[in-house]
Design a protein around this ligand. Structure first.
Ligand SMILES: Cc1cc2nc3c(=O)[nH]c(=O)nc-3n(C[C@H](O)[C@H](O)[C@H](O)COP(=O)(O)OP(=O)(O)OC[C@H]3O[C@@H](n4cnc5c(N)ncnc54)[C@H](O)[C@@H]3O)c2cc1C
Length: 301
C-alpha cells in the first residue's frame, strides 16, 4: 500500500480529533475508522464514516421510539429472521462510506453495482499517480481450460517472468508517454486526453457510500469464489469492517447468504429422492451436466 507521509499524517490528525455525539457509535469500527486496510500491492479500503449499528436495524424493524431494552439474543433472533425472509428494508437504515484505492480494471467491475453513491478521483482535473497493479507471482495464472471466466494453473519460470516484464514495461511506457504529453514545455496536452492510453492496471480512487442491504448484495457477489481475485480481496477487507460494525447482521449474512446455496425446485426434488435412498444420476436427474456438477459440488460430492 502506498500512502505518503502527508496522507498518514492526515489520517492520524483525523483520528486525534474525537468528538462526542448522542448518535450510536460502534467501538470496534471506531478503532478502524479512517485507517487504510491494505489490498493488492498499492490499494486500500478505509471506512470514512458510518451511520447506525445492529440496534438501528432492530429499531427500524420494530419502528420503536428509543434504542429498546430487549436482550441481545432477541435482537439476534430478529436480525436472523429478517435476513432469512429477505425483509431487507431495516438493513437499509445503516449506511457506510468507504475511501477505496483500486486498479481501473477492478473499478470497471465495481461500478456495475449501481445502488451506491460514488465520487471518483478526477483525472481530468488531477494527474494520476504512477502506480500500477502487478500481480504477485502466486496470482499470475493461465486461462482456465474449462471455465472461460476463470483461471487455471499458475504460470512459472520463463512464461511468468515474461508476463511480469510485459506488464511492467507497458505500464511504465504508457505512463512515461502520459507525463510527456502533459509536459507544459512540450505538447501540454489536456489531462482529460492524456490519460486515455494509460494501462488498466493504473490505480484510481473513489469515495463509495452505500447502505447495509446493498453492501451485503455487493459482498455476496464479490466475496464469492466466482468473483475475480482482484475484486474479491477488496470484498474480503470490507467484510472485516462489516464484522466490526454490525456483528449480528454480519453473522446472519454469513449464514443465510455468503455460506448458503440455492436449490431450484427440480434440485430440491432430487435431494428429497436422494434422502429416501433412491439413486439419482445426472442422466436420470433431468438436470444439465453443468447444473448437476454444481449441485453435487454444493453437496460436497
Ligand atoms: C461473477 C460475476 C461475473 C460477471 N460477469 C459479467 C459479464 O460478463 N458482463 C457484464 O456485463 N457484467 C458481468 N457481471 C456484472 C453483473 O451482471 C452485475 O451487473 C453486477 O454484479 C451488479 O449487480 P446488480 O445489478 O445486482 O447490482 P446493483 O446495480 O447494485 O443493483 C442491485 C439490485 O437493484 C436492482 N436494480 C438496480 N438497478 C436496476 C435497474 N436499472 N433496473 C432494474 N433493477 C435494478 C436489481 O434488483 C439489482 O439486483 C458479473 C458479476 C459477477 C459477480
Amino acid at each position: 500500500m502506498t500512502l505518503s507521509s502527508d496522507q498518514f499524517a492526515e489520517i492520524s490528525a483525523a483520528r486525534a480529533n474525537a468528538s462526542t455525539t448522542l448518535r450510536p457509535s460502534v467501538p470496534a469500527l471506531e478503532a478502524m475508522l479512517f485507517t487504510a486496510l491494505p489490498v493488492l500491492d498499492h490499494g486500500f479500503v478505509r471506512v470514512v464514516d458510518y451511520m447506525g449499528d445492529d440496534a438501528a436495524v432492530v429499531q427500524a424493524a420494530r419502528v420503536s421510539y428509543g434504542r429498546g431494552t430487549r436482550k441481545t439474543t432477541e435482537d439476534e433472533g430478529l436480525i436472523r429472521y429478517l435476513m432469512r425472509h429477505w425483509h431487507s428494508t431495516p438493513f437499509e437504515m445503516c449506511e457506510i462510506k468507504y475511501h477505496i484505492k483500486l486498479p481501473i480494471f477492478v473499478a470497471r467491475q465495481w461500478i456495475r453495482h449501481r445502488t451506491a453513491n460514488v465520487n471518483e478521483y478526477s483525472a481530468r482535473y488531477s494527474i494520476l499517480d504512477k502506480e500500477f497493479y502487478i500481480p504477485a507471482p502466486e496470482h499470475l495464472a493461465a486461462q482456465s481450460a474449462d471455465n472461460r471466466q476463470g483461471r487455471g494453473e499458475i504460470l512459472t519460470g520463463d512464461a511468468a517472468a515474461r508476463v511480469l516484464h510485459l506488464l511492467r514495461q507497458d505500464a511504465e511506457q504508457t505512463y512515461a508517454h502520459y507525463e510527456e504529453m502533459l509536459d507544459e514545455n512540450g505538447a501540454g496536452l489536456a489531462r482529460e486526453l492524456a490519460r486515455m492510453n494509460l494501462t488498466l492496471n493504473t490505480y484510481t480512487q473513489w469515495y463509495w457510500k452505500t447502505d447495509l442491504h446493498n453492501l451485503f448484495h455487493f459482498l455476496r457477489l464479490r466475496a464469492d469464489t466466482h468473483a475475480q481475485y482482484e475484486i474479491r480481496v477488496y470484498a474480503e477487507a470490507m467484510l472485516e469492517t462489516v464484522k466490526a460494525w454490525v456483528p449480528l447482521s454480519y453473522a446472519a449474512f454469513c449464514d443465510y447468504r455468503l455460506g448458503a446455496v440455492t436449490f431450484s425446485a427440480k434440485m430440491l426434488e432430487i435431494l428429497k429422492q436422494m434422502l429416501t435412498g433412491t439413486e439419482v444420476t445426472q442422466p436420470t436427474s433431468g438436470l444439465s451436466k453443468r447444473e448437476w456438477t454444481e449441485m453435487m459440488a454444493s453437496l460436497g460430492k
